[in-house]
Design a protein around this ligand. Structure first.
Ligand code: ZN
Ligand code: ZN
Length: 286
């Protein structure tokens, strides 16, 4: 449910995000020109939102395009992730082992030892003296460091995927929509093999189908690029929150805390969180 609502939200955000990408790319190229990065001797490459940009060096276009997409699409994607977590979260946030990063609930829940609750995966007791001393006991920071490292991985991958698709695949997707339109009976103007592009697009006529395919030709690649970039970011998120979520860089480290309320589980001698009442027990123990 959360995933479905987040997907719809992402689709709705693609259009404004696309303009943000164009705007940021334009300002980035303008700045690069001011700083003397762009090669002004080798001619113009085209126009973005009324600004004539220089064609070379190519790496500047890659870097600026990647940063612009990382920022605009990355923020959209991150918002959708937050929404997905909030809506699907009748279980709330996960209870993560502060030593190994395992999602304790996914491993069935905690077991009890003489030193209090114990991680089902690494078998470290949360009240273990070494464990308690190795971590700072106190309030959870507003944004834990692992959230920032995961966010960074996600927005870098969406930026890189988007700039790659934007620069390499846009023409192919346009041609695909052209062929689809022709295959379904709409007509384009061909002049000795070349396709003429009118003010509304390559398809002519007043039919709904023609204007539909012109819209797809004009805006379809934007959507397809953004959707594929979003899928790349989702794959990255699966990686950093899944297998890599147990590494020190991408995983939570600190006192093991209740996923429902953030209460530290060190030296807790009950399966029930004293703060919010969440059941922390391994199912087989009940
Ligand atoms: Zn553990
Ligand atoms: Zn709690």
């Amino acid at each position: 449910m959360g995933a479905a609502i987040a997907s719809v939200l992402f689709a709705l955000l693609i259009f404004p995000a696309r303009y943000a990408v164009l705007y940021l790319t334009r300002e980035g190229l303008r700045l690069a020109t001011t700083l003397g990065v762009m090669d002004e001797a080798n001619g113009l490459g085209g126009q973005i939102l009324g600004y004539n940009y220089f064609r070379y060096p190519a790496w500047a276009h890659w870097v600026i395009g990647c940063l612009a997409a990382a920022f605009a699409l990355g923020i959209s994607f991150a918002c959708c992730l937050v929404v997905a977590h909030r809506i699907s979260g009748s279980r709330g946030r996960a209870t993560l082992c502060g030593i190994c990063g395992t999602d304790v609930d996914k491993h069935g829940g905690c077991t009890m030892t003489a030193e209090g609750l114990q991680c089902p995966s690494c078998r470290t007791a949360f009240g273990d003296r070494e464990h308690a001393n190795s971590t700072t006991v106190g309030e959870l920071p507003l944004v834990p460091r692992y959230v920032l490292s995961r966010l960074l991985a996600v927005i870098v991958s969406i930026g890189a995927a988007h700039v790659f698709l934007d620069r390499n695949m846009t023409m192919h997707f346009q041609n695909a929509f052209l062929h689809l339109g022709e295959a379904t009976g709409s007509d384009v103007m061909r002049l000795s093999g070349r396709i003429g592009i009118g003010p509304h697009g390559p398809f002519y006529g007043e039919s709904v189908a023609a204007s539909f395919w012109n819209t797809m030709y004009g805006y379809g690649p934007t959507y397809v690029n953004a959707i594929f970039a979003g899928l790349a970011a989702l794959a990255t998120y699966g990686l950093v929150s899944g297998p890599l979520g147990r590494t020190r860089f991408f995983g939570y480290r600190g006192p093991t805390r209740c996923g429902g309320c953030g209460y530290s589980l060190a030296n807790l001698n009950s399966f029930c969180c004293p703060e919010c009442g969440r059941n922390l027990a391994k199912e087989t123990e009940l």
